[in-house]
Design a protein around this ligand. Structure first.
Ligand SMILES: Nc1ncnc2c1ncn2[C@@H]1O[C@H](COP(=O)(O)OP(=O)(O)OP(=O)(O)O)[C@@H](O)[C@H]1O
Ligand code: SF4
Ligand SMILES: [Mg+2]
Length: 319
């Protein structure tokens, strides 16, 4: 199976100044990420708040420039493209955001919101063509064509997220980055949006990079799972039910919620302090929270190693 997206040695460094005259500090929001995203599959990225998921999403679409590394989309290195070629390629790669409010201009009717992607790309639509496209996009996400004249404040959260998805589909992309698309919604609405995303993926043969902090949801929805901790990939599960080998993934699984909302119950919370991203320890970044940490763990950072089944982990004492 070929990969639609390949990331190699991807780094993103952010710099910030502590106070007005303080020293400039830098931190790696994404560090040394190598990742293949197979065509037609759902690859999940999971990790706690601040581990670099959204930064990774924005790097992948080149909404942010990497500090180092390569992003190859269908064989093309994005950094090698001129701004106009990058804009053209962007038709094929779209993002759905966590907060559909911020993604849609409150002054736009739904018809305007759904035709804006064409304008941005310089594609002219006649009035009848625009109406047909809007009706078709609304239908694809389970909304009636009478919604075309509605404004964002007239919609529910779930309807707004459907519009966010319809907008992402407007230019017939083959790749969607979904950055916590259900995190701001009620549980019952979350399930509807996940069902819609599953249906669209199957019908349109889409490739997804699905970002979430909820390992239960990711296990339900994704074909492969990538686990991040403080900017690095610490484990890749080649299939969603694979047994975690990294202690962090296991703790996430134990502390996470069951995908079935009626069975939700928090089992165990993560303990210990997350090290500051500005001052990472030299060994394993998880050592302060890990029950299995040894002297080696505290002094040598474990590399990501992959077995024959494609299961990768970065741990000196895997489970
Ligand atoms: N533009 C920026 N400038 C400086 N630091 C940033 C910037 N964007 C993100 N960061 C920092 O990079 C780290 C990763 O942030 P990111 O938003 O990618 O995390 P996340 O995994 O998406 O978190 P969440 O689950 O809360 O959305 C955080 O420490 C964040 O404060
Ligand atoms: S390398 Fe050591 S500290 Fe890090 S997760 Fe593995 S056992 Fe725990
Ligand atoms: Mg985020």
């Amino acid at each position: 199976m070929s990969n639609l997206l390949e990331l190699r040695g991807l780094d993103k460094r952010f710099e910030s100044r502590k106070g007005l005259f303080g020293k400039v500090r830098s931190m790696m929001a994404v560090s040394g990420v190598d990742l293949d995203v197979p065509r037609g599959q759902v690859t999940g990225v999971v990790g706690e708040s601040g581990c670099g998921k959204s930064t990774l999403a924005r790097l992948v679409l080149r909404l942010l420039k990497p500090s180092a590394g390569e992003i190859r989309f269908d064989g093309t290195e994005l950094g090698s493209l001129s701004p106009s070629d990058l804009r053209k390629l962007r038709r094929r790669m779209q993002m759905v955001f966590q907060d559909p409010y911020s993604a849609i201009d409150p002054r736009y009717s739904m018809a305007e919101a759904l035709t804006e992607p064409f304008q941005i790309q310089g594609i002219r639509l006649g009035a009848a063509e625009a109406r047909a496209k809007v009706a078709d996009l609304l239908g694809q996400v389970g909304l009636g064509s009478q919604m075309a004249g509605s404004y964002p404040h007239q919609l529910s959260g779930g309807q707004r997220q459907r519009i966010g998805i319809a907008r992402a589909l407007a230019l017939k992309p083959d790749f969607l980055v979904l950055d916590e698309p259900t995190a701001s919604l009620d549980v019952s609405i979350q399930a509807q949006i996940v069902a819609l995303l599953e249906k669209l993926q199957a019908e349109l043969g889409l490739t997804y990079l699905f970002i979430s902090h909820d390992l239960g949801l990711v296990r339900y929805f994704c074909d492969r799972i990538v686990v991040m901790y403080l900017g690095r990939i610490v484990e890749i599960l080649p299939e969603p039910r694979a047994k975690p080998r990294h202690p962090y993934t296991r703790t996430l699984l134990e502390s996470n919620f069951a995908p079935d909302p009626t069975q939700r119950r928090q089992i165990k919370r993560l303990t210990g302090e997350i090290p500051s991203a500005f001052d990472l320890p030299k060994g394993c970044a998880f050592a302060a929270r890990c029950a299995f940490a040894s002297e080696t763990c505290r002094s040598v950072r474990p590399d990501l190693s992959t077995d024959a089944a494609g299961h990768a982990h970065a741990c000196h004492h895997p489970l």
